[in-house]
Design a protein around this ligand. Structure first.
Ligand SMILES: CC(C)(COP(=O)(O)OP(=O)(O)OC[C@H]1O[C@@H](n2cnc3c(N)ncnc32)[C@H](O)[C@@H]1OP(=O)(O)O)[C@@H](O)C(=O)NCCC(=O)NCCS
Length: 167
């Protein structure tokens, strides 16, 4: 398989990404609690990454701006790789690249709802119970956070809500 190229997100990828997301997640895609967050969060295309293989859109790791309580933070996802490109390390590359970009945001933390086997290697850990609340039920072991700056998780608590600061 040719090497993937990872680039910042751009509206010209949106239609192709819809196909990738539908084929990766299947019909349950829009029932996820993360979708409720994305309804009010703000997509940050500069921090998000899209994978191109031979110019074909093959995956993404999107980053949204949110507030947690009063504190601006980031929300990771959706992370998806096209079925025919899975299992070759692209998911990890996408997470690594979007986190690297996120570390330049000046914000303290990023949260995700996802599999620990995907995110623990990047320093994510389970959020202490009831510290951060989502707009719907979430399985504790899948609800994880990671600091982007020193002390980024200290005193971070509250409801996940729409970002108040302009990005
Ligand atoms: C999850 C997803 C993004 C991973 O993309 P990918 O390119 O196949 O992932 P990678 O090849 O980078 O593999 C990531 C790691 O997870 C491991 N892994 C993959 N599936 C796994 C599973 N079901 N259980 C445990 N570990 C698993 C891989 O072995 C790899 O670890 P390794 O490098 O130590 O072997 C992709 O499978 C996908 O799009 N799935 C559907 C959408 C989805 O569920 N997204 C949310 C993910 S939490």
């Amino acid at each position: 398989m040719p090497s993937p190229v990872l680039v910042p997100d751009d509206p010209r990828f949106d239609a192709s990404l819809e196909h990738v997301l539908n084929s990766a997640f299947g019909p349950g895609r829009f029932s996820k609690v993360s979708e409720r967050v994305r309804e009010f969060a703000t997509l940050d295309r500069t921090l998000s990454r899209v994978a191109l293989i031979d110019g074909v859109v093959s995956g993404c790791c999107r980053i949204y701006r949110i507030d947690i309580g009063q504190t601006p933070a980031l929300f990771l996802g959706p992370l998806a790789v096209a079925p025919d490109a899975q299992g070759a390390g692209l998911g990890q590359e996408l997470v690594g690249a979007s986190l690297k970009a996120s570390e330049t945001s000046g914000l303290g933390a990023v949260i995700v709802v996802g599999q620990p086997w995907m995110f623990a290697p990047f320093g994510f850990s389970e959020i202490p119970r009831d510290r951060v609340t989502m707009p719907g039920p979430v399985e504790n072991r899948r609800f994880q956070w990671r600091a982007l700056a020193a002390n980024g998780l200290e005193n971070l608590a509250g409801a996940v809500r729409a970002p108040r600061a302009a990005s």
